[in-house]
Design a protein around this ligand. Structure first.
Ligand code: ADP
Length: 193
């Protein structure tokens, strides 16, 4: 978890690779659906463009389907889900039904002004429709209002691991991987190998 621009996608991919599980990014799935012009993409586009969350029923149905795929059977890393209490409740249900549980919630912490700067820089490179200053501020507010409460929820369960997300990508990556090593969710690379 982490606010827009915190580096969720960047670190999720590496962490998932190290833990040998798929990284499932709801934002990436939505963008791919928009690009492919599917029904789901058409339904999601207006929300993505304005920086609002896609309605829970749409997001939840999509995640249910994705988690039922074969590659998620031995584990998965979620990037950008859950973002609302309702989404978290459904995730609990899904996991309980399969007698599985969350191992950890990694929260990337980054200062708001650093985030805005990063996202504006990304806008120049990637041209994402939601990386304009107005929409960025909206996304940060939506995150604070709807998603920050989940940190407390998972914190009460002892699952939260906060990582300082400020610094070079390689530095932050190392901090994220240290959490995974500590919890033995990922194997430590053999030195020199
Ligand atoms: P960021 O975290 O930088 O906003 P993402 O790629 O994770 O980037 O998400 C982009 C957009 O996709 C969000 O602003 C939202 O519209 C939609 N989205 C992604 N995940 C969810 C979710 N779990 N619930 C609702 N909307 C979502």
């Amino acid at each position: 978890m982490g606010p827009p621009g915190a580096g969720k996608g960047t670190h999720a991919d590496r962490l998932a690779e190290q833990a040998a599980v798929p990284a499932i990014s709801t934002g990436d799935i939505f963008r791919a659906q928009v690009a492919a012009g599917t029904d789901l993409g058409r339904r999601a586009q207006q929300y993505l463009d304005s920086g609002a969350y896609v309605p829970d029923d749409v997001t939840i149905a999509m995640v249910r389907e994705r988690l039922a795929e074969d590659d998620a059977r031995s584990g998965f890393l979620l990037d950008g889900y859950p973002r609302t209490l309702e989404q978290a409740a459904v995730l609990d249900e899904l996991l309980t039904a399969q007698e599985r549980r969350l191992d950890a919630v990694v929260v990337l912490r980054v200062d708001q002004e650093v985030l805005v700067r990063r996202l504006l820089r990304r806008a120049e490179i990637e041209h994402r429709s939601d990386d304009t200053e107005d929409v960025i501020r909206r996304r940060l507010k939506v995150y604070a209002d709807h998603t920050v409460p989940l940190i407390e929820l998972y914190g009460d369960r002892g699952l939260v691991h906060e990582v300082d997300g400020d610094g070079e990508v390689a530095e932050v990556r190392e901090r994220v991987l240290q959490v995974a090593y500590r919890l033995t969710l990922a194997e430590r690379p053999i030195p020199g190998a």
